[in-house]
Design a protein around this ligand. Structure first.
Ligand code: HEM
Length: 525
């Protein structure tokens, strides 16, 4: 064999070996339900499925038959994610070894719009924020404020719009209505202001527009390597330009609200709202400058605004959709509400008899608005809301970093530098976690044999997070959602427009890609 022939043979052997390596790498990982590409890792799969990320992750978990899988980035990047939906892992990360899994610097950079707000800080800064937020939302006065504000927005804004739509016989996007309800309720509770973003004609609002832009831009950041969006930010182009403008707008609106509130407080105008309670609490600490306080207030209030707006809207929209497809659930909710109305009537009649002896009977149809007293103890409605949040958690994913090497309860090794994605969306869709009927909307699974709410499902329910960073707004969320659900279902029949396609939108919060187009009819009970 001459030199040329031997070189030629070597090249052929090398090429064959490379091909073999490539095929084996591809095939090996392909058999594990997630494609792995030489040099590019799992990035092509991720990009390919970016418009159905939650469903894709769920499919991968299902086909693997276990609760964790690795997503590798391109060969020279340090990108390495662990996706998990295993309840034991989630419990371990959020509770048992909480200190080893902070949010981390990457999260902080991507969500820089949140500043030093509670969602964006770890360790001591988080503890300070948590203490203040807890003190702000725990008092009975605050809970009463939330109940009163929800009732007000429902009575004065939501119901009149639905009456209008029912009379006209036209359709409406119920998701948009829920978003606007959540916006107005949040603003009134946080700032004591009444925005009326939810009103006939669906007016535009600068703050709402900026907040939407922020969500879109942050999602966009998730789809590309950090260096790329940072370059776009530096160049001031595309979505980064929009984010910059939205950031500026939000800062100026919040600064105006804060200054206005300070002036009101100096004038002696007292209101019960979150901002007032924060200003009063900060007043005691004279060591901090006003400007620093204002920045702290901006970050804290923006976090509350983000916390309450999209979550409540998402929770309500998916709930109405699920109930519209499940007449038996709807009937049971109505039965429960009728009982609540009867006991209210009894209370009212007794009070009237005591006062003037005459019990009036109403003849004309008037929408019935429920008070917080009426909404206490609605076990079935509570169960139905939990069931809807199980299938469609408003915060579908959570992300954590790793401080020290650790082994998760399912045996997965995690190392510093890795990012862990907790897929709350997938947890509710695994037969091995929730049973073979996991995809069915069954509020009954939340009710025990004595007809009370069962605590058992709570150990695998993470819609409100868990552990030290669990949601501080859980109770008030139920108050708000119940006041909307009761008023809408008791007074109206909601019917999804025929042919309207409902599917999740890849977003920070779980919204519907095409909204929720519904027809509204007045209900005669
Ligand atoms: C259906 C409605 C809601 C759902 C499903 C929900 C869910 C969650 C989740 C999953 C987290 C953890 C987020 C993370 O670690 O990044 C969280 C945290 C939080 N939520 Fe909610 N939330 C809801 C409504 C609210 C409301 C109305 C408020 C307003 C007071 C609120 C206040 C908070 C706060 C302050 C935290 C931060 C806790 C911390 O980091 O220590 N949430 N929520």
């Amino acid at each position: 064999m001459d030199e040329f022939q031997s070189n030629f043979l070597s090249i052929i052997c090398l090429a064959f070996l490379c091909l073999l390596l490539l095929m084996s790498l591809y095939l090996k990982h392909h058999s594990q339900a997630i494609d792995y590409w030489l040099f590019l890792g799992s990035l092509p799969s991720l990009v390919w499925n970016s418009n159905r990320l939650f469903e894709w992750a769920t499919e991968v978990f299902s086909s693997l038959g276990r609760g964790s899988f690795i997503i590798d980035g391109p060969i020279f990047s340090k990108l390495r994610y662990l996706a998990t939906c295993h309840p034991n892992n989630i419990e371990y990360i959020l509770k048992t070894n909480f200190n080893n899994f902070p949010k981390g610097e990457d999260f902080r950079e991507v969500f820089d719009i949140l500043g030093d707000g509670i969602f964006n800080v770890d360790s001591d800064s988080w503890r300070v924020q948590r203490r203040m937020a807890h003190a702000g939302v725990s008092p009975v006065e605050f809970k009463t404020l939330v109940a009163n504000m929800s009732r007000k927005v429902v009575e004065e804004q939501l119901v009149p719009i639905l009456i209008h739509v029912a009379k006209k016989g036209s359709s409406i996007d119920l998701q948009e209505v829920c978003l606007r309800f959540a916006f107005d309720s949040s603003i009134s509770v946080i700032f004591g202001r009444h925005e009326r973003y939810l009103s006939l004609g669906l007016p535009s609002n600068e703050l709402a527009k900026a907040a939407d832009e922020v969500q879109e831009a942050i999602l966009y950041r998730h789809t590309m390597p950090i260096f790329l969006w940072k370059t776009l930010r530096w160049l001031g182009v595309g979505r980064e330009r929009n984010l910059f403008e939205a950031h500026k707008k939000i800062d100026s609106i919040f600064q105006e609200y804060i200054s206005q509130k300070r002036e009101d407080l100096v004038k002696g105008v007292k209101t019960v709202d979150l901002l007032s309670s924060y200003i009063n609490a900060l007043e005691d600490d004279k060591s901090v400058s006003l400007a620093k306080n204002d920045k702290f207030l901006r970050d804290a209030m923006f976090s509350f605004f983000i916390a309450g707006r999209d979550t409540i809207a998402s929770g309500l929209s998916w709930f109405f959709w699920l109930v519209s497809k499940s007449p038996s659930v709807e009937m049971k909710i109505l039965e429960e509400l009728k009982l609540a109305v009867l006991s209210r009537k009894k209370r009212d009649d007794e009070a009237k008899c005591k006062n003037d002896g005459a019990v009036t009977r109403e003849t004309e149809w008037r929408p019935l608005i429920f008070d917080s007293d009426d909404l206490k103890g609605l076990v079935y409605m509570h169960a139905a809301l939990c069931e809807s949040l199980r299938l469609y958690p408003p915060v579908p994913l959570n992300s954590k970093s790793v401080l020290k090497e650790d082994v998760l309860p399912d045996g997965t090794l995690v190392k510093p530098g890795m990012q862990i994605i907790l897929s709350f969306y997938s947890v509710g869709r695994m037969p091995w976690i929730w049973g073979e009927d996991c995809l069915e909307f069954k509020p009954e699974r939340w009710i025990d044999d004595d007809g009370k709410l069962s605590f058992e499902p709570m150990s695998k329910f993470f819609a409100f997070n868990a552990g030290p960073r669990s949601c501080l707004g859980k109770d008030i969320s139920f108050t708000q959602m119940k006041s909307v659900v009761a008023a809408v279902l008791f007074n109206f029949h909601v019917e999804v427009v025929e042919g309207h396609l409902v599917c999740p939108k890849p977003f920070i919060n779980l919204h519907m890609k095409n909204g929720l187009k519904v027809n509204i009819k007045r209900r005669a009970i």
